[in-house]
Ligand binder design. Sequence first.
Ligand code: SF4
Length: 327
Amino acid sequence: MPDQQIFPDKERILIGISSCLLGEKVRFDTGHKHHSYISNTLGQYFTFHPFCPEMAIGLGTPRETIRLVEREDGIHAVGTKTEDHDVSIALRDVAEQQKDWHKDLCGYILKKDSPSCGMERVKVYKGKNPKQLVPERIGAGLYAEVLLKNFPNLPVEEEGRLGDAVLRENFIKRVYVYRDWQDMIESGLTMKKLLEFHAAYKYSLLAHDQDRTRALGTMLGGGNKQEVESLSECYFVEMMRILKIRATRKNHVNVLQHLQGFLKNNLDKEDKAELVETILKYRDGILPLIVPIVLLKHHFRRHPIEWIDNCMYLNAHPGELMLFNNL
Ligand code: SF4
Protein backbone atom coordinates (compact mmCIF):
# COMPACT_ATOMS: atom_id res chain seq x y z
CA MET A 1 0.00 0.00 0.00
CA PRO A 2 1.81 3.16 -1.11
CA ASP A 3 1.89 6.15 1.24
CA GLN A 4 -0.41 9.04 0.37
CA GLN A 5 -2.01 6.98 -2.42
CA ILE A 6 -5.17 8.96 -3.10
CA PHE A 7 -3.43 12.29 -2.73
CA PRO A 8 -0.21 11.82 -4.73
CA ASP A 9 2.64 14.24 -4.17
CA LYS A 10 2.54 16.81 -6.94
CA GLU A 11 5.43 18.71 -5.52
CA ARG A 12 7.13 19.30 -2.22
CA ILE A 13 5.05 20.97 0.42
CA LEU A 14 5.61 24.68 1.05
CA ILE A 15 6.18 25.63 4.70
CA GLY A 16 6.81 29.12 6.09
CA ILE A 17 9.56 29.37 8.68
CA SER A 18 11.32 31.90 10.87
CA SER A 19 14.56 32.51 8.97
CA CYS A 20 16.84 32.11 11.97
CA LEU A 21 15.74 28.45 12.32
CA LEU A 22 17.31 27.67 8.95
CA GLY A 23 20.61 29.16 10.06
CA GLU A 24 20.22 32.61 8.55
CA LYS A 25 22.14 35.15 10.62
CA VAL A 26 19.24 37.48 11.22
CA ARG A 27 19.02 37.58 14.99
CA PHE A 28 19.62 40.73 17.02
CA ASP A 29 23.17 39.58 17.84
CA THR A 30 23.96 38.59 14.21
CA GLY A 31 23.52 34.94 15.18
CA HIS A 32 21.02 32.26 14.19
CA LYS A 33 19.09 29.39 15.79
CA HIS A 34 19.67 26.66 13.26
CA HIS A 35 17.48 23.62 13.93
CA SER A 36 19.00 20.52 12.37
CA TYR A 37 15.88 18.31 12.52
CA ILE A 38 13.97 20.92 10.54
CA SER A 39 16.55 21.44 7.83
CA ASN A 40 18.02 17.92 7.60
CA THR A 41 14.93 15.76 8.10
CA LEU A 42 11.85 17.85 7.34
CA GLY A 43 13.82 19.59 4.60
CA GLN A 44 13.68 16.36 2.58
CA TYR A 45 9.92 16.63 2.36
CA PHE A 46 9.14 20.31 2.69
CA THR A 47 10.21 23.37 0.76
CA PHE A 48 10.78 26.22 3.19
CA HIS A 49 9.91 29.85 2.68
CA PRO A 50 12.05 31.67 5.26
CA PHE A 51 11.03 35.07 6.53
CA CYS A 52 12.36 37.32 9.27
CA PRO A 53 9.83 40.02 10.14
CA GLU A 54 12.34 42.11 12.09
CA MET A 55 14.72 42.22 9.14
CA ALA A 56 11.78 42.90 6.82
CA ILE A 57 10.86 46.05 8.73
CA GLY A 58 14.43 47.26 8.39
CA LEU A 59 15.83 46.63 11.86
CA GLY A 60 19.07 45.10 10.56
CA THR A 61 21.82 43.32 12.51
CA PRO A 62 23.05 43.82 15.15
CA ARG A 63 20.03 45.53 16.67
CA GLU A 64 18.49 46.45 19.98
CA THR A 65 16.30 43.63 21.28
CA ILE A 66 12.57 44.22 21.53
CA ARG A 67 9.99 42.99 24.01
CA LEU A 68 6.23 43.00 24.36
CA VAL A 69 4.81 45.54 26.78
CA GLU A 70 1.18 45.87 27.85
CA ARG A 71 -0.16 49.41 27.63
CA GLU A 72 -3.65 50.84 27.98
CA ASP A 73 -4.34 50.51 24.26
CA GLY A 74 -2.97 46.95 23.93
CA ILE A 75 0.30 45.10 23.45
CA HIS A 76 3.28 46.93 21.95
CA ALA A 77 6.66 45.70 20.72
CA VAL A 78 9.24 48.19 21.96
CA GLY A 79 13.00 48.40 22.44
CA THR A 80 14.29 46.89 25.68
CA LYS A 81 16.44 49.99 26.20
CA THR A 82 14.57 52.57 24.11
CA GLU A 83 10.91 52.53 25.18
CA ASP A 84 9.80 54.89 22.43
CA HIS A 85 11.33 52.62 19.77
CA ASP A 86 7.91 51.12 18.99
CA VAL A 87 7.74 48.68 16.05
CA SER A 88 4.25 47.29 16.74
CA ILE A 89 2.56 48.80 13.70
CA ALA A 90 5.45 47.87 11.43
CA LEU A 91 5.40 44.23 12.57
CA ARG A 92 1.64 43.91 12.18
CA ASP A 93 1.71 45.63 8.79
CA VAL A 94 4.53 43.50 7.46
CA ALA A 95 2.57 40.37 8.42
CA GLU A 96 -0.47 41.63 6.48
CA GLN A 97 1.77 42.36 3.48
CA GLN A 98 2.90 38.69 3.31
CA LYS A 99 -0.59 37.31 2.73
CA ASP A 100 0.14 36.64 -0.94
CA TRP A 101 2.64 33.91 -0.14
CA HIS A 102 1.11 32.93 3.20
CA LYS A 103 -1.96 31.72 1.32
CA ASP A 104 0.15 29.15 -0.58
CA LEU A 105 1.60 27.59 2.56
CA CYS A 106 0.60 24.27 4.11
CA GLY A 107 2.21 25.03 7.46
CA TYR A 108 4.46 27.40 9.38
CA ILE A 109 7.28 26.79 11.87
CA LEU A 110 7.88 29.73 14.20
CA LYS A 111 10.69 30.59 16.60
CA LYS A 112 9.47 30.23 20.14
CA ASP A 113 9.60 33.07 22.68
CA SER A 114 10.16 35.75 20.03
CA PRO A 115 8.17 39.00 20.44
CA SER A 116 7.76 38.89 16.64
CA CYS A 117 7.56 35.19 15.76
CA GLY A 118 6.50 33.37 18.98
CA MET A 119 3.20 31.48 18.65
CA GLU A 120 2.23 31.46 22.31
CA ARG A 121 3.52 31.93 25.86
CA VAL A 122 5.67 34.89 24.79
CA LYS A 123 6.60 37.19 27.71
CA VAL A 124 4.45 40.30 28.02
CA TYR A 125 5.78 42.90 30.46
CA LYS A 126 3.05 44.41 32.63
CA GLY A 127 2.67 46.79 35.52
CA LYS A 128 1.88 50.35 36.56
CA ASN A 129 5.46 51.39 37.21
CA PRO A 130 7.30 51.45 33.83
CA LYS A 131 10.59 50.84 35.66
CA GLN A 132 9.34 47.67 37.34
CA LEU A 133 7.40 45.76 34.71
CA VAL A 134 6.81 42.10 35.45
CA PRO A 135 6.80 39.49 32.64
CA GLU A 136 3.92 37.08 32.15
CA ARG A 137 3.95 34.34 29.52
CA ILE A 138 0.62 35.24 27.97
CA GLY A 139 1.47 36.73 24.58
CA ALA A 140 2.13 35.90 20.95
CA GLY A 141 4.64 37.59 18.68
CA LEU A 142 3.03 40.41 16.73
CA TYR A 143 3.89 38.96 13.31
CA ALA A 144 2.69 35.50 14.38
CA GLU A 145 -0.52 36.91 15.80
CA VAL A 146 -1.53 38.40 12.44
CA LEU A 147 -0.55 35.20 10.59
CA LEU A 148 -2.72 33.12 12.94
CA LYS A 149 -5.64 35.54 12.65
CA ASN A 150 -5.52 35.56 8.84
CA PHE A 151 -5.06 31.79 8.46
CA PRO A 152 -6.71 30.17 11.48
CA ASN A 153 -6.72 26.66 9.94
CA LEU A 154 -3.07 26.72 8.91
CA PRO A 155 -0.95 24.19 10.87
CA VAL A 156 1.48 26.30 12.89
CA GLU A 157 4.05 25.05 15.37
CA GLU A 158 7.10 26.29 17.23
CA GLU A 159 10.47 24.63 16.83
CA GLY A 160 10.72 23.96 20.57
CA ARG A 161 7.54 21.88 20.53
CA LEU A 162 8.76 19.74 17.63
CA GLY A 163 10.94 17.93 20.18
CA ASP A 164 7.79 16.37 21.63
CA ALA A 165 6.96 13.20 19.65
CA VAL A 166 3.18 13.68 19.97
CA LEU A 167 3.24 17.35 18.93
CA ARG A 168 5.67 16.65 16.10
CA GLU A 169 3.48 13.91 14.65
CA ASN A 170 0.42 16.07 15.16
CA PHE A 171 1.90 19.05 13.30
CA ILE A 172 3.19 17.04 10.36
CA LYS A 173 -0.07 15.12 10.03
CA ARG A 174 -1.97 18.44 9.93
CA VAL A 175 0.40 19.71 7.23
CA TYR A 176 -0.41 16.73 5.01
CA VAL A 177 -4.13 17.04 5.71
CA TYR A 178 -4.00 20.74 4.87
CA ARG A 179 -2.15 20.02 1.61
CA ASP A 180 -4.68 17.34 0.65
CA TRP A 181 -7.53 19.69 1.44
CA GLN A 182 -6.06 22.47 -0.71
CA ASP A 183 -5.55 19.99 -3.57
CA MET A 184 -9.14 18.83 -3.31
CA ILE A 185 -10.48 22.40 -3.32
CA GLU A 186 -8.30 23.29 -6.32
CA SER A 187 -9.55 20.25 -8.23
CA GLY A 188 -13.13 21.51 -7.86
CA LEU A 189 -15.17 20.83 -4.77
CA THR A 190 -18.15 18.47 -5.00
CA MET A 191 -20.22 16.77 -2.33
CA LYS A 192 -18.87 13.42 -3.48
CA LYS A 193 -15.27 14.58 -3.00
CA LEU A 194 -16.09 16.01 0.41
CA LEU A 195 -17.61 12.70 1.51
CA GLU A 196 -14.60 10.80 0.15
CA PHE A 197 -12.28 13.16 2.00
CA HIS A 198 -14.10 12.47 5.25
CA ALA A 199 -14.06 8.73 4.61
CA ALA A 200 -10.30 8.90 4.02
CA TYR A 201 -9.63 10.79 7.26
CA LYS A 202 -12.34 9.40 9.52
CA TYR A 203 -10.04 7.04 11.39
CA SER A 204 -7.35 9.70 11.77
CA LEU A 205 -9.93 11.99 13.35
CA LEU A 206 -11.30 9.25 15.62
CA ALA A 207 -7.88 8.92 17.22
CA HIS A 208 -8.22 12.52 18.38
CA ASP A 209 -11.86 12.80 19.45
CA GLN A 210 -14.49 10.16 18.84
CA ASP A 211 -17.59 12.22 19.71
CA ARG A 212 -16.61 15.25 17.66
CA THR A 213 -15.67 13.04 14.70
CA ARG A 214 -19.08 11.40 14.77
CA ALA A 215 -20.73 14.81 14.95
CA LEU A 216 -18.65 15.89 11.95
CA GLY A 217 -19.87 12.87 9.97
CA THR A 218 -23.47 13.70 10.94
CA MET A 219 -22.94 17.28 9.77
CA LEU A 220 -21.87 16.01 6.34
CA GLY A 221 -24.75 13.56 6.19
CA GLY A 222 -27.18 16.48 6.34
CA GLY A 223 -25.50 18.37 3.46
CA ASN A 224 -26.72 18.79 -0.11
CA LYS A 225 -25.24 20.10 -3.37
CA GLN A 226 -26.35 23.69 -2.90
CA GLU A 227 -24.59 24.14 0.36
CA VAL A 228 -21.38 22.22 -0.37
CA GLU A 229 -19.15 25.30 -0.21
CA SER A 230 -20.39 26.63 3.11
CA LEU A 231 -20.57 23.09 4.45
CA SER A 232 -16.97 22.42 3.43
CA GLU A 233 -15.78 25.57 5.21
CA CYS A 234 -17.48 24.55 8.47
CA TYR A 235 -16.23 21.00 7.98
CA PHE A 236 -12.60 21.99 7.55
CA VAL A 237 -12.59 24.40 10.51
CA GLU A 238 -13.91 21.64 12.78
CA MET A 239 -11.62 19.02 11.22
CA MET A 240 -8.52 21.08 11.95
CA ARG A 241 -9.73 21.76 15.49
CA ILE A 242 -10.22 18.05 16.13
CA LEU A 243 -6.78 17.23 14.75
CA LYS A 244 -5.20 19.73 17.14
CA ILE A 245 -6.48 17.74 20.11
CA ARG A 246 -3.86 15.32 21.37
CA ALA A 247 -4.57 11.81 20.07
CA THR A 248 -4.79 9.39 23.00
CA ARG A 249 -3.51 5.85 23.30
CA LYS A 250 -7.05 4.74 24.19
CA ASN A 251 -8.47 6.24 21.00
CA HIS A 252 -5.67 4.76 18.91
CA VAL A 253 -6.44 1.32 20.38
CA ASN A 254 -10.08 1.82 19.48
CA VAL A 255 -9.19 2.68 15.88
CA LEU A 256 -6.72 -0.21 15.59
CA GLN A 257 -9.28 -2.68 16.89
CA HIS A 258 -11.87 -1.30 14.51
CA LEU A 259 -9.52 -1.80 11.55
CA GLN A 260 -8.61 -5.24 12.84
CA GLY A 261 -12.32 -6.11 12.61
CA PHE A 262 -12.19 -5.78 8.81
CA LEU A 263 -9.73 -8.68 8.73
CA LYS A 264 -11.71 -11.06 10.90
CA ASN A 265 -12.68 -13.36 7.99
CA ASN A 266 -9.25 -13.32 6.39
CA LEU A 267 -6.76 -14.16 9.11
CA ASP A 268 -6.00 -17.56 10.50
CA LYS A 269 -6.00 -18.19 14.23
CA GLU A 270 -2.30 -17.48 14.72
CA ASP A 271 -2.31 -14.25 12.72
CA LYS A 272 -5.41 -13.05 14.55
CA ALA A 273 -3.87 -13.80 17.94
CA GLU A 274 -0.67 -12.02 16.95
CA LEU A 275 -2.57 -8.91 15.83
CA VAL A 276 -4.71 -8.84 18.99
CA GLU A 277 -1.61 -9.21 21.16
CA THR A 278 0.27 -6.50 19.25
CA ILE A 279 -2.56 -4.01 19.76
CA LEU A 280 -2.78 -4.89 23.45
CA LYS A 281 0.99 -4.45 23.82
CA TYR A 282 0.64 -1.03 22.25
CA ARG A 283 -2.21 -0.27 24.67
CA ASP A 284 0.04 -1.22 27.58
CA GLY A 285 2.93 0.93 26.33
CA ILE A 286 5.13 -2.09 25.56
CA LEU A 287 5.18 -1.48 21.79
CA PRO A 288 5.09 1.80 19.84
CA LEU A 289 2.20 2.63 17.51
CA ILE A 290 4.26 1.83 14.42
CA VAL A 291 4.17 -1.91 15.21
CA PRO A 292 0.39 -2.53 15.01
CA ILE A 293 0.19 -0.14 12.07
CA VAL A 294 2.85 -2.03 10.10
CA LEU A 295 1.18 -5.33 10.96
CA LEU A 296 -2.23 -4.08 9.84
CA LYS A 297 -0.76 -2.77 6.59
CA HIS A 298 0.94 -6.11 6.04
CA HIS A 299 -2.36 -7.99 6.44
CA PHE A 300 -4.32 -5.53 4.30
CA ARG A 301 -1.70 -5.96 1.58
CA ARG A 302 -2.27 -9.70 1.62
CA HIS A 303 -6.07 -9.34 1.93
CA PRO A 304 -6.90 -6.14 0.03
CA ILE A 305 -10.04 -4.14 0.71
CA GLU A 306 -10.53 -1.37 -1.81
CA TRP A 307 -11.33 1.50 0.56
CA ILE A 308 -8.52 0.68 2.98
CA ASP A 309 -6.00 1.95 0.39
CA ASN A 310 -7.50 5.39 0.98
CA CYS A 311 -7.43 5.15 4.77
CA MET A 312 -5.11 8.01 5.74
CA TYR A 313 -4.80 6.72 9.31
CA LEU A 314 -2.46 4.08 7.90
CA ASN A 315 -0.77 6.54 5.51
CA ALA A 316 -0.72 9.79 7.46
CA HIS A 317 2.81 10.85 6.43
CA PRO A 318 5.94 9.33 4.87
CA GLY A 319 7.10 6.30 6.84
CA GLU A 320 10.71 7.52 6.61
CA LEU A 321 9.88 10.34 9.01
CA MET A 322 9.30 7.58 11.64
CA LEU A 323 6.66 9.67 13.39
CA PHE A 324 4.82 6.65 14.80
CA ASN A 325 8.02 5.11 16.19
CA ASN A 326 7.94 7.09 19.43
CA LEU A 327 4.19 7.15 20.04
S1 SF4 B 1 12.71 34.93 15.71
FE1 SF4 B 1 11.75 35.84 13.93
S2 SF4 B 1 12.24 38.00 14.09
FE2 SF4 B 1 13.63 36.94 15.46
S3 SF4 B 1 15.45 36.56 14.23
FE3 SF4 B 1 14.15 34.76 14.03
S4 SF4 B 1 12.99 35.14 12.19
FE4 SF4 B 1 13.83 37.09 12.81
